[in-house]
Ligand binder design. Structure first.
Ligand code: ZN
Length: 238
């Protein structure tokens, strides 16, 4: 009680505000939680960049023409928030802080391959949007951090595919053919990713919690509705 009185002050309007030492303590706690995941996320980013470089070289070797770097557009920034937001939403029904941190970060990190095409010449658009990259990233996550990180990695990558639009080189660098994802396929992927996260062990809410499923159904329906609404012309599909 005494500690609470020390940490919380009251404004003239009666609203309580957190004192500087309490805020510093909370930031310290937050950093203690985030810090162990920083190397993991950094390695995911490096893997993503490395795969992009490797696939670009393979595509070049296979005779794919190089496109010039285009530079970032406003749509790229909106796209970044879109991937952060959708990764967060899919992890939300689990109420797990670890998943709420790493799923959005990895969903965004998959677009590290935009370096090729935006800042460097590229022989294949979006080279990391490949099932083989997903396999590699999931294997590294499992070997390093176990099943929770593997589940988050798979969910992050497939959520990214589901909300990205356009066509994907799903089997690069074996082939640079591209496949589209239909809206029903995107909806199924979103539901699958949310289900996978709810099936993970040790989260505050799991598959036994009916409210988590209701929440997931609402989130998937809302995202699918949004994808239908924006249609084929949007920042996501350019
Ligand atoms: Zn993407």
């Amino acid at each position: 009680m005494g500690e609470e009185l020390q940490d919380v002050a009251t404004t003239p309007s009666g609203a309580s505000v957190t004192s500087a030492p309490a805020l510093a303590g909370r930031l310290h706690d937050l950093w203690s939680f985030v810090r162990p995941w920083v190397p993991f996320l950094a390695v995911f980013l490096l893997l993503s960049l490395g795969w992009g470089a490797m696939a670009t070289r393979f595509a070049e070797g296979a005779g794919q023409p190089l496109s010039a770097a285009t530079g970032p557009t406003q749509g790229e920034y909106i796209d970044a928030f879109w991937h952060l937001g959708t990764g967060f939403l899919l992890a939300l029904p689990t109420r797990d802080r670890r998943l709420l941190l790493i799923t959005p970060c990895m969903s965004l990190g998959l677009d590290a391959d935009h370096v090729f095409g935006l800042f460097l010449p590229s022989a294949v658009p979006r080279p990391d949007h490949s099932l083989l990259f997903a396999l590699l990233a999931a294997a590294v996550a499992y070997a390093w951090k176990g099943p929770l990180a593997r589940g988050a990695t798979i969910a992050a990558i497939f959520t990214h595919f589901a909300v990205d639009g356009g066509t994907f080189p799903f089997l690069d660098p074996l082939t640079f053919a591209r496949w589209p994802l239909s809206i029903p396929a995107s909806a199924a992927l979103l539901l699958g990713c949310g289900t996978l996260l709810l099936l993970l062990q040790g989260t505050p809410r799991g598959w036994r919690d009916t409210r988590a499923w209701v929440e997931l159904a609402v989130i998937v329906a809302a995202l699918t509705g949004f994808l239908v609404w924006i249609g084929p012309v949007s920042w996501l599909r350019t």
